[in-house]
Ligand binder design. Structure first.
Ligand code: FDA
Length: 308
């Protein structure tokens, strides 16, 4: 109930104005978002690199209905990729892209524009010597996103996909994508989805996550285990061992600002750990999804407002 209310608020322009206008929100946002500028993102990347971690950078933004804004987002990614290259960070950091930020929802030719824009970002990543992963948004975009992924992989076979264990379809998507060289980031899923397409019960989502993990670990691709859940992390490590995987044939991933100590522990144990670092001005939707994930995050937010 609380989760669906927060996720509905994540898409409400009225609530957005209220939350953004409150100056007390900023320090709480800073817990989950590395900053607003590319310099902030590079600083966070260096710090994580120095802790022997890897990074994927998300230039915040989503659901754009403005072609110019989509083009600006592409430019922001191109500039960031150039900086990663010149700063010698391209072997440590890749980028994550939401197709709705680069045109997928535009009324005319949205899908084609998103594909062309994603291609430009992939070209910049190839020139920098790193990779791109396509984020997954709500279920109405899954087929379109996987279609664009297929097209991009013709020229850029290293483009990664995100699959969401809460969707009924995801086990089959895992089977389809568990192929040689295929990078798949498995998460539980962060949007409000109807029972017709998604498991509603947390235990059912967890069971689906484990089934999907098993398919990915036993397959020929490169699984990226995106979860803060200690049970999922332990099960993933166990399944990787059973599948005879070496430590460099899969990785763990967590979000910036969430379970930082656990991130350190996983990396120190000799595993590959990548942190998803979001930066930019358009933090509202991302921030609200983090609040919806965990009541403690919301309590932290409310407490910080009250204690000011
Ligand atoms: P969940 O939220 O179910 O928590 C399970 C347990 O983990 C908790 O009971 C607790 O023990 C522990 N835990 C979780 N958060 C904690 C905290 N803050 N402090 C302490 N313990 C905590 N979603 C999506 O729909 N599309 C996408 O493209 C992506 N991309 C993405 C990339 C990466 C790298 C990550 C890590 C996640 C995403 N997500 C996502 C978000 C994802 O779908 C999901 O909403 C969150 O990761 C939360 O689910 P968890 O698996 O972490 O566990």
């Amino acid at each position: 109930m609380l989760r669906s209310t927060l996720l509905a608020a994540a898409r409400s322009q009225g609530v957005r104005r209220l939350v953004e206008a409150n100056p007390l929100t900023k320090p709480v946002v800073a817990r989950f978002v590395a900053g607003t500028t590319p310099e902030d993102a590079v600083r966070a990347t260096r710090t994580l690199r120095d802790r022997n971690m890897y990074v994927t950078l998300d230039h915040l933004g989503e659901d754009t209905l403005d072609a110019q804004q989509a083009a600006d987002t592409v430019r922001a990614y191109q500039e960031m990729l150039q900086v990663l290259s010149t700063e010698g960070l391209a072997d440590r950091a890749e980028v994550s892209v939401k197709l709705s930020a680069v045109g997928q929802f535009l009324a005319t030719d949205g899908e084609k524009i998103a594909l062309d824009n994603a291609r430009l970002i992939c070209e910049a990543a190839a020139a920098a010597g790193t990779t791109v992963t396509l984020d997954m948004e709500d279920h109405t975009t899954t087929d379109s996103t996987l279609g664009i992924l297929r097209d991009l992989r013709v020229d850029f076979p290293w483009v990664g996909a995100v699959l969401q264990a809460y969707l009924h379809r995801t086990e089959q998507d895992c089977r389809d994508l568990a192929t040689e060289g295929s990078r798949v980031r498995l998460c539980k899923g962060a949007y409000s989805e109807p029972a017709s397409v998604a498991y509603q019960d947390k235990a059912e989502v967890d069971r689906s996550y484990v089934r999907c993990l098993k398919i990915l670990m036993e397959g020929a691709g490169y699984p990226m285990v995106a979860s803060h859940d200690p049970r999922m992390v332990a099960i993933a490590a166990d399944l990787a061992t059973r599948a005879g995987r070496s430590a460099d044939s899969y990785e763990f991933q967590m979000l910036y600002g969430i379970r930082a100590e656990e991130q350190k522990r996983i990396a120190a144990a000799g595993n590959k750990l990548r942190v998803y670092v979001a930066y930019g001005d358009e933090w509202y939707g991302y921030f609200m999804r983090r609040l919806a994930e965990r009541p403690a995050n919301l309590v932290f937010f409310l407490r910080s407002l009250i204690s000011q």
